[in-house]
Design a protein around this ligand. Structure first.
Ligand code: HEM
Length: 419
């Protein structure tokens, strides 16, 4: 593999799945690599690609040097390769903000996703999982992504934010539009994206207004009703834009990622039937299986930071304002950290994967996502003898998410013959 042939902004290269061979070469030859500008890079700007576990954790551990918002005098920043406007998305979305404001907002919502609070949701999520699976069980085949994997995270997100369950498919459609690049390139928008963003903004604004007016105990109501310390030390409410962006973030982060972990976890278990059999014979392996599914699927491929001063990583000189991308998925295949990283092994231990990121911006929904994946596995194992693929897995054209579009499967129920 010649490094000068790599173009991580050519989205066509991701449609067939993540290009593991590219990142294996990068980890070996240039774990901190300057991606030169190509015809696809937004604004014709290059960026750093950090691919090894050690260097990813090194960069992300220094949130002052490597900002999630961007540098103050630039027009754009954020955590995607393409710049997002500063003061609208960058610097306003919780995951694209820096401390201290980032930590102040984070502290408000942490209790809602702590294990004790989540334990109260478990029975309800299990009942919903049962209903999702029972609705397809008699058919012997389904689109596992659309009919199973999508549903639980979407319903859980609606519960967490106090959104009427019947609105969930509209939210999924709107939020999905901005994450897909089927009809555009990085840094470009489209009529479909603009339409979806406007619909999502109108819905979010009405919801935030209702939460402010009526209160409530869900995550959005908590943030809408809270006051945090501002830069001058006085208490202030979050701005309308911050609340709207928080709503957008939770819908996208809560539903788009976990579904891909569930779908790609199932794909791995189909490909490795002996691992499915292991789980059926020994329930104590489930927590480890959830971690391996997260490592294996790595639903968020990368996040970006911006260097706030000149610095050095792995002997490479990084300049103030440079974009630095951290490839969690590549760190999760690092042969210096994981034995046999391309082996799917539910008994893998230790498993220090970075699927949820690391340190300051560590995924707020990690406990919820783990719980959803575990419940889904438990309920699948309780009902079905086995699964097979019934056609190719279809993916979205994106370099940001392990985005599964469709996954046709057939299955047999436990104790039943072939349907
Ligand atoms: C398997 C499922 C999930 C994966 C792989 C995932 C991945 C990630 C990653 C990699 C980050 C760090 C971003 C960065 O450092 O720039 C993150 C942050 C975040 N995630 Fe998740 N996530 C998942 C599920 C969820 C769920 C269910 C929620 C909603 C409750 C959620 C909400 C968030 C939020 C709010 C942040 C920003 C935290 C901050 O900036 O302090 N995620 N997630």
């Amino acid at each position: 593999m010649r490094l000068d042939e790599i173009d991580l902004t050519d989205l066509d290269r991701f449609v067939g799945g993540f290009p593991d061979e590219v990142f294996t070469a990068l980890r070996h030859e240039a774990p901190v690599w300057w991606h030169p500008p190509t015809s696809h890079t937004p604004n014709g700007t290059g960026f750093w690609v950090v691919s090894s576990h050690g260097h990813v954790t090194e960069v992300v551990s220094d949130a002052t040097m490597f900002s999630s918002a961007g540098v103050a005098d630039a027009e754009g920043g954020g955590t995607l390769i393409e710049d997002l406007p500063y003061g609208f998305a960058a610097g306003v979305l919780l995951n694209m903000m820096d401390d201290p404001r980032h930590q102040r907002i984070r502290r408000l919502v942490t209790p809602a996703v702590a294990p004790r609070a989540l334990a109260l949701l478990e029975d309800e999520l299990r009942a919903r999982t049962g209903a999702i699976l029972d609705s397809v069980a008699g058919r012997g085949r389904c689109d596992f992504l659309m009919e199973v994997a999508v549903e639980l995270p979407l319903q859980a997100t609606a519960m967490l934010m106090g959104i009427p369950n019947e609105d969930r498919h509209d939210l999924m459609k709107w939020s999905g539009a901005s994450l897909t690049y089927d009809d555009r390139e990085l840094g470009q928008t489209s009529a479909a994206v603009q339409e979806a963003s406007a619909a999502m903004a109108a819905y979010g604004a009405a919801l935030v207004a209702a939460k402010r007016h009526c209160g409530g105990s869900d995550m959005l109501a908590t943030v809408a009703g809270a006051a945090i310390e501002g830069d001058d030390g006085a208490l202030e409410a979050l701005s309308e834009l911050e609340l709207l962006m928080f709503f957008n973030l939770l819908v996208a982060a809560g539903s788009e990622t976990t579904r891909n972990a569930i779908a790609l976890g199932m794909a791995a278990l189909i490909e490795h039937p002996e691992q499915w059999a292991l789980l059926q014979s020994d329930g104590s392996l489930l927590p480890g299986a959830v971690e391996e599914i997260l490592r294996w699927s790595s639903p968020t491929l990368y996040n970006r930071r911006t260097a706030t001063a000149d610095t050095e990583v792995a002997g490479r000189r990084i300049r103030r304002g440079d974009k630095v991308t951290l490839w969690w998925v590549s760190a999760n295949r690092d042969e210096d950290v994981f034995n046999d990283p391309f082996l799917f092994d539910v008994r893998r231990s230790p498993n220090p994967h970075l699927a949820f990121g690391y340190r300051s911006h560590f995924c707020l929904g990690a406990n919820l996502a783990r719980m959803e994946i575990r419940i889904m596995l438990e309920e699948l194992l309780a009902r079905f003898a086995d699964f097979s693929l019934d056609g190719p897995i279809e993916r979205f054209r994106t370099n940001k998410h392990a985005g599964v579009k469709h996954m046709p499967v057939t299955f047999r129920r436990l104790g039943a013959g072939v349907p």
